[in-house]
Design a protein around this ligand. Structure first.
Ligand SMILES: NC(=O)c1ccc[n+]([C@@H]2O[C@H](COP(=O)([O-])OP(=O)(O)OC[C@H]3O[C@@H](n4cnc5c(N)ncnc54)[C@H](OP(=O)(O)O)[C@@H]3O)[C@@H](O)[C@H]2O)c1
Length: 292
């Protein structure tokens, strides 16, 4: 496993495990436990995924079974948009998360979306950071303009910005802004989130064949090689193992550039965030977020 330094002085693993849309509690708990048993140390959940409890249970079980210690793990959760009405609603949501996940602290806590009153939300998170409940705080889905204004305004510069990053949405402009502020970029949907036709894309299939790897492994490696943390999700044991096995090959500069040429210049969220119906849904009809 490789790690990157965060601006807090702590490190973050470059490969983690995402649990979005794992709505079945047993499936989520078993998948997380299986991931930890197979070497994953970073787990990425969120209040809106409704599975913080399953993640917390898997973590406690892994520690009890002696697979790893709490300090070796890196647990992330996120504050949802409709909980950021003001600082009090954000504090109540933070308390709910900590109770539900059942851990003494989180390694990273993120503003999930730049929606609602996220400055108030972040102020409540800053209090949690100072109190040691969060070892690091950060943001998610913050585009360069929003991130720049945010960094110039808040007391604590975010440690991480988790955004959509895969070969079809390369976002070099976002990476440059994060580099300027020393913020670690973390990729959600690093496998394209099941959208796009990546697994049949000749540039990816040929590269995979050359290294005797899979298209998924090439996509993950491509992000890691440009300094991006990846958090692929899977409920299949073979894929959980496969997605972790990306450390024994290296893409050439030419291959990195060819893969980057798949960029469409837009992705799932940059389209959605410009859509009033999606924003309204995030702020009001939270249950729709987890629908397939
Ligand atoms: N901050 C945000 O707004 C945000 C948004 C979305 C996601 N996230 C986080 O990022 C994580 C990853 O994103 P994601 O879940 O949307 O997308 P993803 O990890 O890019 O893709 C997951 C999809 O790929 C499939 N898959 C996994 N491994 C595979 C493999 N080796 N070969 C072929 N298919 C494979 C999975 O199916 P199976 O499960 O059936 O294997 C699932 O359909 C999430 O779980 C969540 O933690 C954050």
């Amino acid at each position: 496993m490789k790690y990157i330094n965060m601006n807090t002085g702590n490190t973050i693993p470059m490969l983690g495990f995402g649990v979005f849309k794992m709505l079945d509690k047993d499936e989520c708990k078993n998948s997380v436990l299986y991931a930890i048993k197979n070497g994953y140390r970073l787990i990425d959940t969120a209040a809106v995924y409704t599975n913080e409890d399953a993640v917390g249970e898997a973590v406690k079980e892994a520690i009890e079974e002696g697979i790893c210690t709490r300090d070796e793990l890196f647990i992330t959760s996120k504050l949802w948009a409709n909980d950021m009405k003001n600082e009090d609603t954000a504090k109540a949501a933070i308390e709910k998360t900590m109770k539900k996940i059942g851990l003494d602290y989180l390694d990273l806590f993120l503003v999930h979306q730049a929606l609602g009153d996220y400055f108030s939300g972040y102020r409540a998170m800053t209090e949690g950071y100072k109190a040691g409940i969060f070892k690091a705080i950060g943001v998610s889905n913050f585009y360069p303009n929003i991130l720049t204004n945010f960094c110039e305004t808040v007391e604590i510069i975010p440690a991480v910005n988790q955004i959509e990053l895969h070969p079809y949405f390369v976002q070099n402009d976002a990476l440059e802004t994060m580099k300027y502020y020393n913020i670690v970029p973390e990729a959600w949907a690093p496998l394209g989130g099941g959208r796009y036709d990546a697994f049949n894309e000749p540039i990816l299939t040929e590269t995979a064949k050359k290294y005797n790897k899979t298209v998924g492994q090439v996509m993950l490696r491509w992000n890691v090689q440009r300094g991006v943390v990846v958090i692929p999700k899977s409920t299949h044991e073979n894929r959980i193992k496969e997605n972790f096995d990306i450390w024994d090959f290296e893409l050439t500069e030419d291959e990195m550039n060819k893969i980057s040429s798949l960029d469409m210049g837009y992705g799932d969220t940059r389209t959605k965030h410009f859509n009033p119906e999606f924003v309204r849904m995030c702020l009001n009809n939270v249950e729709k977020i987890n629908k397939p």
